[in-house]
Design a binder for this molecule. Structure first.
Ligand code: 6PG
Length: 463
């Protein structure tokens, strides 16, 4: 009997995805470079094993699949993916479909699609191991006709938001991996905003981890309802079994990263779209990793007391500031998606992206449902200008300003909250300060400027 789909790469994500596919009733073949891992996986599969065909070599794996074949790759991004494709290629028929479900750079996906002359999809998968096992968000890119071939399987295994599957064909080429990259940039920013607010509770208000856990749990019942706020409450509330101390007091404050968030900033620069909150979050991770250097700088410029009076800083103010920062951060992420859609002619639908992120992925939140609705109304509008979010920002930006001001005055770093505020303050300034920059450019390099009064371009000053 032939399997309906194959999967290569039985790491954490690959194994979970394969079990999910089998559980939904599909017959699947699996292959892993080290055979021992395949055997261990089959043990773990339990009664799902009856729908799973394990293969110990690539040839028998390929031959176990129904034609035209569909093969999911879940191998590390980069050269490992290229090597796997190269090994697979000679065994495949012209119509066999390769689906790269790893965290690929979308430029690699574009290149592979152009080079391969073989049906190829690049799909972003979000939700960690738990998501992959029980319902991830799936962001598809490539030709629509290739997507339709595997859509029944991808839709069946995806997370559902009120019955609607979070598996969407978003656009051509590497569009799916691009959207996953922006997802991760937003993920970094959302996490950083939460971490800054945690810092203000810990060092500004001197709350203990249990009180902080309770605050996040309460916020998770309101407008900030989201997976990341929910797990922040759980992280803050957890106790280390070794020392008996709160987990947060045990974990070193140096953030890791595999690089997808960084790609967001790199691509934003290529596109010329401003994403200052995401950039601030990446810079903050990079600074956090320099913990030895920070210890030395701390002795030079001590800032031990960073207390803020609870008369000035309330938990309600922090919640409002976080709401405002979050909206502005997402506004930037979606602007970047719109920018890429124009630059690469992908015809990306912001509402479809927002809908796809409502369940399964790491950044899932109640707000995304509102964002989807806002983009339904006006696809190309910055979220700041959508009536629902404009009203939210109008209500909360005073709190954001207050919190950023208090953070600065007390020496508590809040770079992402600060970047959100600066974005708003810049974007709402009908008359900014770049006239000075244009004057300077013309002064030193004759670069020319536009006159305000007549609108004429290529004008020069008599410097
Ligand atoms: C997801 C995540 C996932 C990512 C991890 C770690 O959507 O499931 O984005 O794909 O790999 O979150 O990312 P960093 O190591 O870069 O923090």
């Amino acid at each position: 009997s032939s399997s309906q789909i194959g999967l290569i790469g039985l790491g954490t994500m690959g194994s979970a995805l394969a079990l999910n596919i089998a559980e939904k009733g599909f017959f699947i073949s699996v292959f892993n470079r080290t055979a021992a891992k395949t055997d261990a996986f089959m043990e773990e599969a339990g009664k799902l094993a009856e729908r799973i065909t394990p293969a110990h070599d690539l040839e028998s794996f390929v031959h176990s699949l129904a034609e035209p074949r569909a093969i999911i790759l879940m191998v590390p991004a980069g050269s490992a993916t290229d090597e796997q494709i190269a090994a697979l290629r000679p065994l495949l028929g012209d119509d066999d479909l390769i689906i790269d479900a790893g965290n690929a750079n979308f430029r690699d996906t574009n290149r592979r699609m152009a080079e391969l002359d073989q049906p190829f999809l690049g799909v972003g998968v979000s939700g960690g191991e738990e998501g992959a096992r029980h319902g991830p968000a799936i962001m598809g890119g490539g030709k629509a006709e290739h997507w339709s071939r595997v859509a029944p399987i991808l839709t069946a295994i995806a997370a559902k938001f009120e019955g609607e599957a979070c598996a969407t064909h978003l656009g051509a080429e590497g569009a799916g991996h691009f959207v996953k990259t922006v997802h991760n940039g937003i993920e970094y920013a959302d996490m950083q905003l939460i971490a800054e607010v945690y810092g203000l509770m810990r060092d500004g208000l001197r709350l203990n981890p249990a009180q902080i856990a309770e605050t996040f749990a309460t916020w998770n019942e309101g407008p900030l309802q989201s997976y990341l706020v929910e797990i922040s409450a759980k992280v803050a509330g957890a106790t280390d079994t070794v020392s008996g101390k709160p987990m947060l007091d045990v974990i070193l404050d140096a953030a890791g990263q595999k690089g997808t968030g960084r790609w967001t900033a790199i691509e934003a620069q290529h596109l010329g779209t401003p994403i200052p909150v995401i950039e601030a979050a990446i810079a903050a991770r990079n600074m956090s990793a320099r913990f030895e250097e920070r210890r030395e700088v701390a002795t030079l410029f001590p800032a031990d007391d960073r207390t803020i009076g609870s008369d000035a800083l309330s938990l309600d103010l922090l919640e409002q500031a976080l709401i405002c920062g979050k909206i502005l951060c997402y506004a930037q992420g979606f602007e970047m998606i719109a920018g890429a859609s124009r630059a690469f002619e992908w015809d990306l639908n912001s509402a479809a992206v927002a809908r796809n992120w409502r369940a399964g992925c790491i950044i899932r939140s109640a707000m995304l449902d509102e964002m989807a609705a806002a983009f339904e109304d006006a696809a190309d509008r910055n979220l700041m200008r959508a009536p629902y979010f404009a009203a939210q920002i109008a209500q909360t930006h005073g709190a954001l300003r207050n919190v950023v001001g208090l953070a600065a005055a007390s020496g508590n770093p809040a770079p992402a909250l600060g970047a959100a505020l600066a974005y708003l303050d810049t974007m709402r300034l009908a008359s900014g300060t770049a006239n000075m920059i244009q004057g300077q450019r013309d002064f030193f390099g004759q670069h020319g400027f536009v006159r305000r009064d007549t609108g004429e371009s290529d004008q020069h000053g008599s410097w």
